[in-house]
Design a protein. Structure first.
Length: 305
């Protein structure tokens, strides 16, 4: 599939969508085929990750692809709405149903199709991917829709070049005022999510022994800052050991069986199984919580749509 040429005639994410849809309709991509990851397309095309994410978001909304957390992005069995309705029309007529009755059936099928309430589409903005991933999962658990996460600064620095199509925008208190003008310019509903660190995390860190090493598994430097600010506020001055997830297995041997509390982003759940195999090693999933007032604001919005 050729995704190299973007001529500037329309937004790059729309051109990427069209190229993938064309590859599907021409049989180059078939149901079950795996698409490149956002990171792979970023390196092969030079498009920003935000642009690629928007393209995949639109393709998923159209029913062309299915994204599975931890598995990848796959082509679905897909036809345009016009093709689907035409196929239904032909099926009804082949069944020998009288023309007037067939027309009524087709009309009813159209009505049901286009009056069906669509799943909520939302975008969540933050500068810390560890926070964004955890908060989006909490929203999915409570409201049964999963916001697409965006780096807030990548969006702001694009000066309108990256504008998620979702009508509902969510962001944390830290970035609410930064996004207000952009949301207003594109007629989006912006809801502020007030968050704090989960009580269990605070309780566990409060009880840490001074001899325990604090190991931080990080994806972003902002996450390290969040953890260190919390431990400092709790008057904990333990030794830190910092590494990325892909470095952890090799570098943990440097600690020589010393007691370690590994602070891990909430979405790295598989690390708990690994840690249980080791002695003197605990894993603390660094979770956040959404405060009640923010849930109330979000519930009020969802009742209106």
């Amino acid at each position: 599939m050729d995704v190299e040429v973007f001529d500037g005639s329309e937004p790059a994410y729309k051109q990427l969508c069209e190229k993938i849809i064309k590859a599907i309709t021409e049989g180059e991509l078939k149901p079950g085929d795996r698409l490149p990851s956002e990171a792979a397309l970023y390196h092969s095309t030079g498009l920003s990750k935000g642009t690629i994410r928007m393209a995949y978001e639109e393709l998923e909304h159209k029913g062309c692809i299915k994204r599975s957390r931890g598995s990848g992005t796959y082509i679905q069995e897909w036809r345009s709405e016009r093709q689907k309705m035409q196929a239904y029309r032909e099926k009804v007529l082949r069944a020998g149903i009288p023309a007037e009755e067939a027309f009524q059936l087709i009309e009813e099928a159209c009505r049901k199709k286009f009056s069906k309430k669509e799943e909520v589409q939302a975008a969540l903005f933050d500068c810390t991917p560890e926070i964004a991933a955890d908060i989006s999962r909490k929203i999915e658990e409570r409201f049964k829709f999963l916001p697409v996460c965006y780096d807030v600064y990548e969006v702001l620095e694009a000066f309108g070049g990256i504008v998620p199509e979702a009508e509902l925008w969510l962001t944390t208190t830290a970035h609410y005022h930064e996004l207000q003008n952009l949301a207003k310019a594109y007629n989006k509903t912006l809801i502020k999510l007030q968050i704090s660190v989960d009580d269990k995390v605070v309780e566990t860190l409060s009880g840490l022994s001074g001899s325990c090493i604090v190991g931080i598994i990080y994806e972003s430097r902002d996450f390290i800052k969040h953890v260190s600010l919390l431990t400092s506020s709790l008057c904990k001055h333990n030794t830190y050991f910092i590494c990325r997830k892909d470095e952890w297995k090799d570098r943990r041997s440097l600690l020589d069986s010393k007691p370690v509390c590994w602070i891990v982003p909430a979405r790295y759940e598989e690390m708990k199984t690994e840690a249980e195999k080791e002695e003197n090693m605990d894993v603390l999933f660094y979770r956040y919580k959404i405060l009640p007032d923010s849930y109330t604001d979000l519930e009020a919005y969802l009742q209106e749509v």
